[in-house]
Design a protein. Structure first.
Length: 344
């Protein structure tokens, strides 16, 4: 995949023609002269016949050419923007570069788009909705600030991501900070019926400790085999919930459409939700939606890198905050006070 950037600040577009009058290449409505565009490309840039024109100059147009698919991303720039080198041309900002390389701008087909998500869509290209990465950057900063504050206050975070593409990044964050997680299948009632689920988790711990200590040797071979099968089944379903000592204070998930049961339980308990959601999700059901591609592994890794950084900063802030001093009880004599006089 190759990426090129076109910068323009004036309305130098051609009328509706079949071919460019200057270079003779195929053209369409709003296509600039190819010779003018080529002069603006960095060295080694890629020029395609499918350019887009906007009425609000200047703008930067990213072209990503991957065989038969062409996608475009528009990023507004200020009038005094000056590009000094090819590296600055290629990527106007580090955050934009990361999101573009992660493929966050890939949405879904227009027929699958939720109308409430149109506020986060930039354009439609080749039948695929292109997500506005500027809005994604703003919303992810807002979501991570909330996550950081929750962690600083000692809140319990639950990570949810059952698709295979999310397992590696999710497990890395969970193991580093000992955070409860769900990667196989959401257990119904994990939040709304937490008392019963916690008992099953305790039963799992009892089976595991009994197998390790030899306490299960008193059972027959068939009974031990059945207990081992039960332990493996519980470990697959609830192994990630062993560190969840209470109902979570925040749920972080990927693809809320896939985890609609977890989302519904969190809403029922008024637990805030941060979710990486594509354009087919309903943002009204998510407290802090982060619009982006929730299927690609790179996009999910980018999202959990942000989550990991926010949790790390929140724990650092918590450790730096001094513990509140205990106030002496009323009526208790302070140290150093003179003893009460003794009556004669």
């Amino acid at each position: 995949m190759r990426t090129a950037l076109v910068a323009t600040g004036q309305k130098r577009c051609l009328p509706r023609l079949d071919r460019c009058t200057h270079c003779g290449r195929a053209a369409g409505a709003g296509v600039e002269c190819h010779s003018t565009l080529r002069s603006l490309l960095p060295s080694g840039g890629v020029l395609s016949s499918g350019f887009l024109w906007t009425k609000t100059p200047p703008f930067f147009l990213f072209l990503t050419v991957d065989q038969s698919f062409l996608s475009a991303i528009l990023l507004p720039m200020s009038q005094d923007t000056v590009v000094q080198n090819d590296q600055a041309l290629a990527y106007p900002a580090e955050a934009s570069r990361e999101m573009i390389e992660a493929g966050l701008f890939y949405g879904r087909k227009k027929s699958k788009t939720n109308p409430k998500m149109r506020q986060f869509i930039l354009m439609n290209r080749g039948g695929i909705e292109i997500i506005n990465l500027q809005r994604t950057g703003e919303l992810v900063d807002e979501a991570m600030a909330f996550l950081k504050e929750k962690v600083r206050q000692g809140g319990l975070v639950l990570l949810v991501g059952t698709q295979p593409s999310a397992e590696t990044a999710l497990m890395r964050v969970s193991k580093r900070f000992s955070i409860p997680y769900v990667t196989t299948r959401w257990v119904g009632g994990a939040i709304t019926n937490f008392n019963i689920i916690s008992r099953r988790v305790e039963h799992l711990k009892t089976l595991r400790s009994g197998l390790a200590s030899g306490a299960l040797d008193k059972y027959t071979k068939k009974e031990r085999l059945e207990l081992e099968r039960e332990m493996n089944r519980l470990n697959e379903l609830m192994g990630g919930l062993e560190t969840m000592s209470r109902e979570p204070d925040l749920v972080v998930m990927v693809d809320p459409n896939l985890h609609h049961t977890a989302l519904r339980e969190a809403r029922k308990k008024n637990i805030p939700v941060i979710a990486l959601a594509n354009v087919d999700a309903d943002p009204d059901h998510i407290t802090y939606p982060v619009p982006g591609n929730d299927k690609a592994k790179k996009s999910i890794e980018w999202f959990f890198e942000k989550v990991e950084k926010a949790i790390e900063e929140g724990l650092a802030m918590k450790a730096a905050t001094p513990a509140p001093e205990a106030t002496p009880k009323e009526g208790a004599s302070a140290k150093g006070e003179a003893a009460a006089p003794v009556k004669e």
